[in-house]
Write a protein that binds this ligand. Sequence first.
Ligand code: SAM
Length: 245
Amino acid sequence: MTIDYDQIAGEYAQHRRAYPQLVEHLASLVPPGGTVAEIGCGTANHLRGIAALVECTAVGLDPHARMLEVAASAEAGDRATYVRGTAEDLSVLGIPAGGADLVFSVDMVHYLDDPGVYAAQAWERLRPGGWFCTATDSEWIIRNRLPMTAYFPGTIPLELARHHAIEALEEAYRAAGFTDPGTRVFGEEGTLADATRFRDKANSVMHLLPEDEWRSGLERLEADLARGPVPSNNRTCLLTVRKPL
Ligand SMILES: C[S@@+](CC[C@H](N)C(=O)[O-])C[C@H]1O[C@@H](n2cnc3c(N)ncnc32)[C@H](O)[C@@H]1O
């Protein structure tokens, strides 16, 4: 089953938040006047955050027109431009070969059958010394996500099946020529007081869960929330590689 982001763009924008420290970190990789592209930008929280922190040319790409419309209508949307397309062909970005300082994605790479094709495309757009960054869920993040795994344990095999392992991505990126791999986890831990994002299926894996599993998990979550907040975390693993100078 695939996810129709055109259909869920409204709910997505309502619930989706950028990881603030990830935005700051990515912005630090873009020199003033530089060029950054977010691939699979969706409603472009991260790209807009970067464009607000550093004066730069910012281009967001996504296959779903409705996600791009929401991105363009958001505050600071005018600081970025948006292009419809996929990670498999980055020539549509309008960035000349070797013209980008940073190409990145957040929660997108698991949609690609062959991340090596994407890496080769990013390589083309990046200048020597440019950064290629991929924020995605590692196995550890998937197995330890709360409250998701406590109430919807069926999401664990679904997420593991659809995500590339960090080691596999690293290998594909090395094969494309990238060097200096490094990983860093961004995110936060806290509590959740409200089940709305689970009721609205704001996380795409909820759309893959059988309806009865989603309903029974939601009922248990709502019952526990009636007694008080439950533990929660929101994390992503950033894999960074570089095009050699
Ligand atoms: C989970 S959303 C993440 C959106 C955004 N990066 C964020 O962090 O909010 C995944 C996005 O990947 C996009 N996507 C799916 N397949 C893609 C592909 N082949 N190339 C580029 N983007 C793709 C979807 O349209 C969707 O907007």
